[in-house]
Write a protein that binds this ligand. Structure first.
Ligand code: GLY
Length: 579
């Protein structure tokens, strides 16, 4: 695979460029001075590599390199995860964040599983119909743009909770992010495109100018410096949670709210705390799969879909043929119908998790499946239960075998397109992940009902599926991806590729993907999807739609000889690092 180099076009030394910042804000360059092999002004994207001890795969080369360096300095996978998340908040502003939320799924070497939910939460002033006009119709863009679209951010509180499992002082783990923000880093072509495409949105939705908008258009090789974000990170470094949820940062967030009618208060911020969730676990053909529980639908959907197809020998049907895709789609149809009806924040809605993933229930769900015959979303609805696209993922395995999978999100690319004045970070538009009105689709076309209706203090239903796999009770794989409602399907297809079709991690990640989510009743296919299969699916009666890429899957796998194989998705700038 050809390596891509991202380098500065500036002839002047970047240190000179950043000198005024360094003195006024009194920042050092301790981390990058100590790790001279990482150069934020010239670095390479590495898509697949095998390492002896530890590896990271993330959406950005610099974040992966920071994570690997932290582990080489004696940190474990949790230390690396914290450093990667804060670094992504700087180098991948479209989704890496401190203004959003996420889920961490981890397995310690002693087998202990940790599911940490730092998902955003509806503010105290939120209410069921807050995005509906007087006729009961959703206001355009109110749940997606501007301060009103944001839930209370959870990422910083999440990182502080994860620190309980880490070895290195928090201040050191935040340091690389501070330096990247204060001294800048060189952006790639896709980053330049993303910033240019969102320029008008940033200006329209934010109360003041920010580091993301400049007079000229952004080009690959430009340096992005974020002084306000550097100061915010410095406050977190010095004061921990209080550096974000109280004091100047909290004041800046609340001030930004008043600019476009947002409702997050100082009290909401002070009260936010992450929650531990018991992961979803199931077996699939010798592999033990672990994924995230509600308020994400990801783990339940993955368990349902893999268990629904387990009785069929899919490996004989061959990869991405009409037979294998049709089988997998019929499982997707059934699982996503259940998502719309039964899934929401378990603290507000009794999610029938046990039943939804039980063998008995799933056997009934597939009873009307006929190989080669298209199902119908008019006929297949959610099961009767009788009992009480822009996100980012990174995967880490350290030298001891601790596995961490984190999927974190602002929801849409660059969230609600609002940069908090004075604090320099983008806020999420996660409120759109609630069901604004029963049966009305959100930005991913997903519908929902009362299980996922808005209530103060409730967490909106997610599709994120940070996933771990063990083999013979030993760590084997960590994987995940962004992509809204396509996430569980991508992880499902990735795992089936590895387990049933015996693909390498990299091949399985790069293969063309398909997506069905019950409603609308069509299969979305990536542009490169085999035409022959599409024709055969159409002949079976399926409605197919070609669309661009979805997701950017990043994983780390342990080989039979104990090495760490890391793979980053071809679909983005995703890059791996390790040692
Ligand atoms: N915002 C995307 C998700 O949580 O599923």
């Amino acid at each position: 695979m050809k390596k891509r180099t991202i380098k500065s076009k500036l002839a002047i030394s970047i240190t000179l460029f950043a000198l005024p910042l360094m003195t006024t804000l009194s920042f050092g360059q301790d981390f990058f001075k100590a790790h001279t092999n990482i150069n934020p002004y010239q670095y390479e994207i590495a898509k697949e590599k095998t390492f002896e001890h530890a590896a990271v795969s993330s959406a950005h080369a610099l974040a992966s390199m920071v994570g690997a360096a932290i582990m080489q300095d004696g940190g474990n996978a949790f230390d690396a995860a914290i450093a990667v998340q804060f670094s992504l908040a700087v180098v991948f502003p479209a989704a890496g964040n401190i203004g959003g939320g996420g889920f961490m799924l981890a397995r310690k070497t002693n087998g202990e599983l940790i599911g940490l939910d730092y998902r955003e939460e509806a503010p105290a002033k939120a209410s069921r119909d807050m995005y509906l006009d007087e006729n009961g119709n959703p206001y355009p863009n109110k749940s997606t743009r501007g301060a009103m679209a944001s839930g209370i951010p959870g990422s910083v509180a999440g990182m502080l909770s994860i620190h309980a499992y880490a070895k290195i002082p928090l201040a050191k783990l935040i340091e690389p992010a501070i330096e990247l923000a204060a001294f800048g880093f060189v952006i790639s072509e896709s980053e330049a495109k993303g910033l240019n495409a969102n320029r008008n949105n940033f200006i329209k939705n934010s109360s003041s100018e920010s580091a993301f908008t400049k007079k000229e258009i952004w080009k690959a090789g430009d340096t992005l410096i974020q002084p306000e974000l550097a100061l915010t990170l410095k406050r977190i470094q010095e004061k921990g949670a209080a550096g974000f949820y109280e004091g100047p940062t909290a004041d800046y967030i609340v001030k930004e709210m008043s600019h476009s009618g947002g409702i997050i208060t100082l009290e909401d911020l002070k009260k936010y705390s992450p929650k531990f969730r018991k992961p979803i676990e199931f077996d699939y053909k010798d592999h033990h799969i672990i994924s995230f529980a509600p308020p994400s639908s990801g783990g339940i959907l993955l368990a349902q879909m893999m268990k629904l197809i387990a009785p069929f020998d899919i490996s004989k049907m061959e990869h991405n043929t009409a037979a294998s895709v049709s089988l997998m789609v019929e499982a997707q149809r059934r699982a996503y119908a259940d998502r719309a009806e039964h899934m929401g924040d378990p603290d507000f809605w009794k999610v029938p998790t046990k039943t939804l993933v039980s063998d008995h229930y799933l056997k009934q769900r597939m009873a009307d499946y006929q190989p080669g015959i298209k199902g119908s979303s008019k006929i297949t609805n959610a099961g009767q239960i009788h009992e009480s696209e822009q996100t980012t993922h990174f995967s880490i395995i350290d030298k001891e075998g601790n596995m961490v999978a984190i999927t974190t999100t602002l929801n849409d690319s660059y969230g609600n397109k609002t940069i908090v004045a004075g604090a320099g970070f983008i806020l999420n538009n996660e409120m759109d992940d609630f069901s604004l009105k029963a049966g009305v689709p959100n930005m991913y076309g997903a519908i929902g009902g009362i299980a996922n209706s808005i209530q103060a203090g409730k967490r909106m239903l997610s599709s994120m599926a940070p996933t771990l796999v063990t083999l013979n009770n030993k760590p084997y794989l960590t994987i995940g991806t962004p992509g809204g409602t396509t996430i569980p399907n991508q992880v499902y297809e990735g795992l089936i590729g590895i387990i049933d079709f015996k693909m390498s991690l990299k091949q399985s990640i790069d293969e063309p993907r398909f997506h069905h989510q019950w409603i609308p009743d069509n299969i979305m296919l990536e542009t490169e999807f085999p035409e022959e299969t599409e024709k055969a699916l159409k002949a079976m009666g399926y409605n197919t739609l070609k669309r661009g890429h979805f997701g950017r899957m990043d994983g780390v796998q342990i080989s039979s000889n104990g090495k760490r194989i890391a793979a980053g998705d071809k679909r983005g700038d995703d890059s791996v690092a390790g040692y």
